[in-house]
Design a protein around this ligand. Structure first.
Ligand code: ADP
Ligand code: MG
Length: 363
């Protein structure tokens, strides 16, 4: 099977401020209609990457291709892209309708087509009843909905989102994130959506790109990054489990305290390291009541569908998750700890070769 041609292709795109790299040479691809999320801590270069793609900041090397055409030399308004910022920045002196038509008029979209698109986007973004209002007559959430509509109405080949939900309350945030992903899927338009919230990324994305210190660290489907992160930063962002330093011995991991646990796959190739970092998913730890058990419950937290435990196993303290309706284990109780899956090893440091976030990483 031949790989599809990417809609957006970025090769070695880079940005420096003085001697510091805000973005090391970075390569990525996005397919037609693909919804890609970028996650990473504050300051890791997410906004820098989007600004370079949109053309509102100048790069220090690299190239950008959209639908096969090189676009890094052309101004933002000539790129077939739209961007939504963290603060919605509507034109305050224009009605919602005029905010929505502004970009279309700039692009000389014919009046009939403008009307058709506005009607469609007003329905999709549930803005009926608001189109004649001024931004000051809308709540924060409604304003952000207009900002989303203003970008989506452009029907750009790629829409860039720079943490557009960060300033909203949790409930609104959740409903808008569902709306945005749904809108893109119904319009078949690609998106690059930046967030520092890994859960938001998992819910929305076809594929997630993880960034750290101006570099792409790895990329993959939400499931693959959650279950089998390659790097520590990914495991920490997704919070999928306990990260434990283990000793490696003949293809197995030795936990602090001496317990031997099988490894998922082989120990990392070409390395005869004695120690490694292992991921132990919370849900892969099974606790059973046993007065002779070698572990002790430290804390139990009931959170509805789930119960979260802290359990002391020799020198380790592990977090484990059980079903909310399982028989409760009180703090102080002795238990057996079983691991339902083999341990997954993760790399402790930053990667030594640049990761190319291509479309293959979603398979
Ligand atoms: P993020 O969006 O992931 O929080 P940014 O892309 O905004 O990160 O910033 C990446 C790095 O570049 C940070 O270290 C930041 O301080 C630096 N940076 C961003 N913009 C500028 C600027 N205009 N001048 C100097 N340094 C900048
Ligand atoms: Mg930012």
């Amino acid at each position: 099977m031949t790989a599809p041609t990417p809609l957006l292709e970025v090769r070695d795109l880079a940005k420096r401020y003085g001697s510091a790299w805000a973005l090391h040479p970075t390569s990525l691809q996005i397919a037609q209609g693909e919804f890609v999320c970028i996650v990473g801590a504050s300051g890791c270069g997410k906004s820098t990457l989007l600004s370079l793609l949109m053309g509102i900041a100048a790069s220090d090397g690299g190239s950008i291709y959209l639908a096969g055409q090189r676009i890094d030399g052309i101004p933002p308004e000539a790129r077939d892209m739209a961007m939504v910022f963290q603060s919605h920045a509507l034109f305050p002196h224009m009605s919602v309708r005029r905010n929505l038509t502004f970009g279309l008029r700039m692009k000389n979209v014919p009046a009939g087509e403008q009307q058709r698109r506005i009607d469609q986007i007003v329905t999709l973004c549930q803005l009926h009843g608001y189109v004649e209002r001024m931004p000051s007559q809308l709540s924060g959430g409604q304003q952000q909905r207009v900002a989303l509509a203003r970008a989506l109405v452009m029907q750009a080949a790629v829409t860039l989102y720079d943490e557009p939900l960060s300033n909203l309350d949790p409930k609104l945030r959740q409903s808008l994130r569902d709306d945005i992903a749904r809108l893109h899927r119904s319009l078949g338009r690609a998106a690059l959506f930046v967030t520092h919230d890994a859960t938001e990324a998992m819910v929305m994305a076809d594929r997630i790109i993880v960034m750290q210190s101006g570099r792409i660290v790895e990329s993959g489907t939400p499931e693959s990054l959650y279950r089998a992160p390659r790097h520590r930063v990914t495991a920490e962002l997704f919070g999928a489990g306990n990260l434990i330093e283990v000793a490696l011995e003949r293809g197995a991991a030795v936990l602090p305290g001496g317990r031997l646990v099988p490894l998922a796959g082989m120990a990392p190739e070409g390395r005869t390291r004695a120690r490694a970092l292992a991921l132990l998913p919370h849900e892969s730890i099974r606790l059973t009541l046993n007065d002779e058990g070698d572990a002790t419950i430290v804390e139990r937290q009931f959170i509805g569908a789930l119960v979260q435990y802290r359990v002391a196993l020799h020198h380790l303290e592990l977090r484990a998750i059980a079903n909310g309706d399982s028989a409760p284990l009180s703090p102080g109780t002795r238990v057996d700890v079983r691991f339902l899956q083999p341990l997954h090893l993760v790399e402790d440091g930053a990667p030594d070769v640049p990761h190319v976030a291509d479309m293959e990483s979603a398979r």
